[in-house]
Write a protein that binds this ligand. Sequence first.
Ligand code: 5GP
Length: 344
Amino acid sequence: NTFCRELPKIELHAHLNGSLSRSTMLQLQRYLADFGVSDKSNAFLDEFQIGSGDRRNLSDCFQVFNIAHSLTSTQDTLAMATALTLKEFEDDGCCYIELRSTPRDTPHMTSRQYIETLIETLNTANTNLSIISCLIISINRGRLPSEGDGIADLAIEYHKKYPNLVVGIELSGNPTVGKFQDFVPALQRAREAGLKVTLHCGEISNPEEVSDMLMFKADRIGHGICIHPNYGGNESTWNLLCNYQIPVEVCLTSNINTKSILQYSSHHFKELYGANIPIILCTDDKGVFATSLSQEYSICAETFGLDASKLARLSLKACDYIFMTDKRKILREKILNFINKNEL
Ligand code: 5GP
């Protein structure tokens, strides 16, 4: 849909290693093969994508990230993956992105080098591309809390060095593993040091954890599925969200393809939108789910009957929830210009 591509959009929930396109993965694979680091065939690329009819369960879905991780294990390929992905978002009409990724030690680099590579690549992209990019550092809840502490330390250190680039910290990973409470000290420390916080919240039904997360008052939450009573939450979790008005990063196709939601028309977007909860449409893992931000806007418009004006206002409103707060004004102006030019 041309309108959805041309509309300037804001991406606030994109995991780097889930966002790699097939073409990016092929380039990385060729690069690694030339250096004798990888001898994989192309068959593994087919396993990376999870379509709506996929038989894999939620936990199996998390295995696919190992495929991307095998390709982004060196500083060179990590930088290539990041640069190519940012360019793809720009080509899709995205004017601002908060890319998120989990720093990890590989046989070829340390977590520190992982972050430094991302920072360097984002810095270069901010000079060469028109899309504005910054970084949210991810903590994987499936790993030990001590690892989360180490990542928070690095996030704080690099936020101090690059306050306009390392803007946030987030908790993700398999929601059936690990406990939110174990990661609160790390997240709290990061927040006190000035980082914004977003949490994957309510991907599976767990009202107790969802309550704890909402009471933590994160700056944003991801998915927010099992909060409303009709979706595995309860009155109390839903009331907390309504009272706190925490912005929700909504990832339509991701929720369908992981079978967290059965069909687009029964997505909790409807309840969130109806209750006036701030919503930001996002892709989550555009490579894994074979989508794009413009496609998510288009699906949203079609499913919930939003006209061009309402869709553009969704993008405009997203500016209020970005973590690079000093960019809010210029992004709002850019989107307002588009709205006025198109008489929306
Ligand atoms: P990375 O952080 O390595 O750049 O991106 C992949 C990682 O993001 C995965 O290993 C996983 O921890 C996290 N991730 C990606 N998609 C999802 C999702 O839909 N839900 C959750 N909870 N975590 C995700």
